[in-house]
Design a protein around this ligand. Structure first.
Ligand code: SAM
Length: 257
């Protein structure tokens, strides 16, 4: 899906404005799991820096990496000046430097599966932590969701990203925990949920949809019509489920790729 993976930059400012940020609870979960001070972190697919700010704010020296120049330019406007930035996709990151934490916020599914975990392990100190977090942002009211589904149907069947390894939603361990559990380089794989319920105006919900890759790759005229049709069925404000699923794992001491 390279077209979809690099579709965000055109909407970098909308992304910054309409996508929810990440709560302090997330940093508590990741840094608590580490069980030792986390001094350096590498962020994959940092976007406009929403998660960068959370970890930099906790005193971690974050290197934020992002392949899309427009996203990275917005990130630079949003994060403290001492955050290091690198314009690169995960696959382009040179091995060599290692970090106490490597994390991806709503970005890991855009990376290439081949060699993903050996490359990840090569970026981590022994005993270092890998974290991936994100989740669908959905309308909480089933009746509103159904009305939107019908309004969207002529343009898009679904606007969600499917599980990268096809794990059914009812399975206890979801991707990427599934892959991490099978990887020889990682152990102590944990999955947890941070529950979030947000309220947005209908216009802001459309603003949010304008940053979702499934809409970004529609021809502009169709995208405009889709948003008009969806806006027509929305109440003035919408309740939104934005639960975060967090996956954590530790790089084994013994195996250094
Ligand atoms: C949904 S956005 C998430 C941005 C940010 N991490 C956040 O949580 O707000 C996904 C990001 O992954 C980036 N991306 C796409 N392909 C990538 C790859 N192969 N390696 C690293 N990042 C990638 C996109 O440019 C985009 O900024």
């Amino acid at each position: 899906m390279p077209g979809r993976a690099l579709s965000f930059g055109v909407m970098a400012q909308a992304y910054e404005r309409f996508r929810p940020g990440y709560p302090a609870e997330l940093a508590d979960a990741v840094l608590g799991y580490a069980g030792r001070p986390v001094v350096t972190a590498l962020e994959i697919g940092a976007g406009t820096g929403k998660a960068t700010r959370v970890f930099a704010g906790r005193g971690v020296a974050v290197t934020a990496t992002e392949p899309d120049g427009a996203m990275l330019a917005e990130l630079r406007r949003q994060v403290p000046a001492d955050v290091r930035t690198v314009r690169a996709a995960f696959e382009e990151l040179p091995p060599g430097e290692r970090y106490g934490l490597v994390y991806a916020a709503a970005a890991l599914h855009w990376t290439r599966p081949a060699g993903r975990w050996s490359r990840m392990a090569a970026l981590l100190d022994a005993g270092g932590v890998f974290a991936s977090f994100g989740g669908p942002v959905r309308l909480a009211d089933p009746a509103v969701e159904e009305a939107v589904r019908a309004a969207r149907a002529p343009f898009l069947a679904t606007d969600e990203v499917p599980s990268p390894d096809g794990t059914p939603p009812e399975e206890a361990m979801q991707w990427p925990g599934t892959e991490l559990s099978r990887s020889p380089w990682f152990s102590d794989v944990q999955q947890s949920l941070i529950e979030r319920r947000l309220t947005m105006s209908a216009d802001d919900w459309i603003g949010h949809l304008s940053t979702v890759s499934a809409y970004l790759v529609l021809p502009p005229a169709e995208r405009k019509r889709a948003f008009e049709e969806i806006l027509r069925v929305l109440p003035a404000t919408v309740e939104v489920d934005a639960d975060l699923t967090v996956h954590l794992a530790r790089r084994n001491d013994r195996s250094a790729p």
